[in-house]
Design a protein. Sequence first.
Length: 661
Amino acid sequence: MSSLELALLYLFAAVVGVVLCRVIRVPPMLGYLAVGVVIGPNALALAQNSSAIRHLAEFGVVFLMFVIGLEFNLPKLRAMRRHVFGLGLCQVVLTMLIATLAVLGLSAALPNILSVNWQTALALSGALAMSSTAILVKLMTERLEIEAEHGKRVMGVLLFQDLAVVPLLVLIPALGASGEALFMALALAALKAAVLITLLLTGGQRVMRWWLTLVARRKSEELFVLNLLLITLGLAWLTELAGLSLALGAFIAGMLISETEYKHQVEQDIRPFHDVLLGLFFITIGMMLDWRLVFERWPLVLLLVTLPVLFKLLLVTVLARLLGATAGVSLRTGLYLAQAGEFGFVLLTLAADNALVPLQLLNPILASMVLSMLLAPFMIMYSNTLVMKLVQNEWLQQSLQMTSIARKSINVNQHVIICGYGRCGQNLARMLESEDIPYMALDLDPDRVRQAAAAGDSVVYGDAVRLQSLMAAGLVRASAVVVTYLDINSALKVLANTQAHAPHVPVIVRTQDDHDLERLRHAGATEVVPDAIEGSLMLASHALALVGVPMRRVIRRVQEQRDARYNLLRGYFHGVDDDGVDEHEHERLSSVSLTPGAKSLGKTLDQLTLHASGTRIVNLRRNNGQVLKPAGDLKLQEGDTLVLSGKPSALERVQDRLLHG
């Protein structure tokens, strides 16, 4: 098979695998592994796991480690230090220690079945300690659990596992040395790693910032991307030249760039290379798997799936419980971290390349890791059911949480429910307080909730995505719901729950930009407020004021831009405190409710031709709270409320026409 035919086969297999994974809603990594098995030499034999392809796939690991290094930063570690260096450190160290002793014990007890030395046991224990960052982050993001108590612990453990890979990448090749040379190899590898990392990190960050600034000033995207590839692969080559691994150099490159202002641009530019090459790496892993040996030795494969999963589940659950988590949180954390991970494949492949894993064990171990990762989405999907059955007081704790929310909101009516009590939510709460409007805030950060509640704020610990939390906060009695955090999936779930159980309550959603504006409005959002647009308006207003434009004109220009963007801000509703405004010059808002007997009932908006009178319909709200776009063929019904925008005289004429004909 020619190189072109081989490349086309890999691309076709990758596309098929990713599409199938999207359809069944599982991480693409599992699709790559599956198609690798199918096209590999042990199944359809469409492709051989040639050395050229394996070398190309190694770059997938290189870019994976680069991205891990890019995400590594001291503030993040400092914020999560309790989980990273508490639960994460204990999980990795104890997993490796117990697994190494267990493998050596089995080897001594059953030498005819399992005969390995301590180097092999240590290498295998390192692979066992890893969990899948790709699978867990994706599933927890979709389930909106990153900020949950178990989510924080899972992320802390994953972060430490990523860091633990670095010394293991140095250790495993050194373990491949034999006899008296082993300890010399270990000492030399540690010395090389220490010297290289010290040289790169002491002055490397200043050099990296200077170099990236020099390249960025050329204002060429092509040059910037080429430079990233040069830095990543150059440092990977340097560490390999020093007798270490390619991946270690890539990790250091990512660390150096992570402390510069170019970090986010680099993440966007490197992502396509990372995703494609990492997919190729997992395809080659799948090609290594001989399914015939798996079926022949299925008892061993079943044992290698069951024992590690149960061991990690039990160990993580016990550690989390000892470190202060509740029984429910501990069990959830254990269920999430029980499977194998992509770095486990990296370390296992590295161990096999250094003759540390017997060939008769390689395929059963590979198969068990793939199967455990296939089980992971289902374990997470049914984790809540398992926890509720196995932990007796879990349902009671959840009931107490709902009761706590309900107790605080029971005497509140026509209040605003604030989903998320970060900076934006707190600013909104201050403005509502200044207008004597009650509110109830839901947030998942226990420290923030405790401090804010102690200060007298009306905030409780609760997940706004869950219907039970919204109902306990008085959704049906609320005057509005405001989603203040930048998470589209969460906002869509809040909208779905509100539309299903309280369609009369308007929902305002905050977003990063207007990319999902129509999607959110279609889901029932009364208004969507993009941060990027509001930031640009404030920037423009300050700039206009500084260059001498009169403030009155600046305010008018900004208002015109908001009129074009937001339905609810086109004009204003007149009140007694607006007597100083020239009513004949400015548009304002007016709402008209169609009472029984109104002459416009049953007519379409086109038939009414309201635009001819100099007014426009901002929105139309049905009696059940549903907000509709003012389409021309929309028929008016009893109880409809029309929000109109126009000058005062025109609004009076239209209101009279709608009600009396």
